[in-house]
Ligand binder design. Structure first.
Ligand code: GLN
Length: 494
């Protein structure tokens, strides 16, 4: 049961061969068996899970029409508000907070009949690439428990890779869906910015934050994408356009006649040889499937990482000002004698972890008068140039491809004290965030050095989300024929 895809589970539930309660129970049992060593979940409440599943079974019994994912369990990143479960963003500052409302993504999961298993671990406020920056301990990669599961959506990726859930939500500000998907052998999609709602998503960098799906197959990711995306009047940057036909594209799964550009700037020094080997094989595969492959230069992509590390911290320094010890969660030193300012300072000093503090300081500096033009202003100019690189590339090709990450999953602890090394994990994913484009990561094999998963990134213009699903599904189909099944079957049993 737990190894079935979301599409298969939904079909079993719709036909009555399995009840939503049975499916939920199987996943709760799996969580109980393995999560002690994976630490994917921060919060699981069995009663609430089974209540949601019973509601789906009751609807079916009453002859109501069920959605395409009704009854399927899902792991939900703890960055989305949930009114029946705590929401911490893996920060001590939100310890004990119960949101009074559901995020739009949460509400749409419920409307679609998905059964929310619990909230997943993450890097604090989504800042990180390893899920080590959590106040609740690191999450472990199910392929090798000594390694990171990626981040910041590492609890979500680990839950799906460990068969604790067939689906998970994530958010991608600089790579936080695609990078964890790549290093755990999953499919992870960053929709077009504004294609999925930020309402009730605790903000990190508002001009970049994008909710998206994590799954074991391209079709499952597309089904989840369709279930929670689309226009939301509660989000001022939400796009008022129909969701691109992602499910249809995932079913189509061909590259016939498509022009594919290999980004010249992503490869070479600093990339793990095993990652590059699998990437080049994937490019050859695309060619053999009928795509026309050319090399494309995007000269400003080299500056994407430094620009991101000015823009994202600037926005975070403003967004995180709301954690003032008065409105949410933790309050330290409120003894009646201290001023509000003193309580605020004590609470923020104790409640935020070191990476969050680093970003707030970096962002405050970059935005301060006298430095604004030199740092934040320049970074915004670079952002424009990166958008133009994409525009120029898309006059020649339909999609761009690159490795998703320069290396496979690294050991827990290895980069924890080296922020620069940590930031490099997002080298290839950040340009799509800065431009707001669609991008997916699909598994393309195991690196020879360490037998750990490698991801292929496929990028497309704004609102061409269907195109990356189409190409991703074609790669998946061809590779699964070659491998005799999904890549995840190579992972050791937990
Ligand atoms: N790793 C990047 C960062 O730390 C991206 C995080 C994200 O996408 N949420 O900012």
């Amino acid at each position: 049961m737990i190894k079935k895809t979301a599409a298969d589970l939904a079909a079993l539930i719709a036909s009555g061969e399995a009840s939503a309660v049975e499916v939920a129970q199987a996943h709760l049992d799996r969580i109980a068996a393995v999560d002690g060593s994976v630490n994917a979940f921060l919060h699981v409440d069995e009663d609430i899970v089974l209540e949601q599943a019973r509601a789906v079974d009751a609807k079916r019994a009453a002859g109501e029409r069920l959605g395409p994912l009704a009854g399927v369990p899902i792991a939900h990143k703890d960055v989305f508000t949930t009114k029946d479960m705590p929401t911490t963003c893996s920060s001590a500052i939100l310890d004990g907070w119960r949101p009074p409302y559901d995020a739009t993504v949460t509400a749409r999961l419920r409307e679609a009949g998905l059964v929310i298993l619990g909230k997943t671990n993450m890097d604090e406020f989504a800042m990180g690439s390893s899920t080590e920056n959590s106040a609740y301990g690191p999450t472990h990669n199910p392929w090798d428990l000594t390694k990171i599961p990626g981040g910041s959506s590492g609890g979500s990726s680990a839950a799906v890779a460990a068969y604790e859930a067939p689906l998970a939500t994530g958010t991608d500000t600089g790579g936080s869906i695609r990078q964890p998907a790549a290093v755990t052998g999953l499919v992870g999609m960053k929709p077009t910015y504004g294609g999925s709602s930020r309402y009730g998503l605790i903000a990190f960098a508002s001009s970049l934050d994008t909710p998206g799906p994590l799954a074991r197959t391209v079709l499952d990711a597309a089904l989840l994408h369709e279930a929670f995306s689309g226009h939301d009047p509660m989000d001022s940057t939400s796009i008022d356009q129909p969701v691109p036909p992602v499910v249809e594209a995932a079913r189509r799964a061909d590259v016939e006649g498509l022009r594919i550009g290999v980004v010249k700037e992503f490869g070479g020094e600093g990339y793990q040889p095993g990652v590059l080997a699998r990437f080049h094989e994937a490019v050859e595969l695309l060619e053999s499937l009928g795509a026309k492959v050319v090399e494309v230069s995007c000269p400003h992509f080299t500056y994407a990482l430094p620009a991101y590390y000015l823009i994202a911290p600037s926005e975070c320094s403003s967004n995180l000002a709301r954690f003032d010890a008065m409105r949410y969660g933790l309050r330290v030193g409120d003894d009646g004698a201290r001023s509000a300012e003193e309580v605020m300072a004590l609470t923020r000093a104790e409640g935020f972890g070191p990476e969050v503090k680093r970003r707030i300081m970096l962002g405050t500096y970059a935005l301060s008068s006298g430095y604004y033009d030199a740092y934040y202003g320049k970074a915004q100019q670079v952002r424009t140039l990166i958008g133009r690189d994409f525009d120029a590339a898309y006059t020649q090709v339909d999609v761009l491809v690159s490795p998703t990450t320069p290396t496979t999953a690294f050991p827990i602890g290895e980069r924890a004290d080296d922020p620069m090394a940590m930031y490099l994990a997002d080298l290839c994913t950040i340009p799509s965030n800065l431009a707001g484009n669609a991008a997916i990561s699909v598994p393309c094999g195991l690196a020879d050095e360490d037998r750990m998963p490698v991801g292929l990134q496929i990028m497309a213009p704004v609102l061409a989300d269907d195109r990356v699903y189409r190409v991703g599904a074609a790669v998946e189909k061809a590779l699964e024929d070659r491998w005799g099944g999904p890549l995840l079957k190579e992972a050791p049993e937990l």
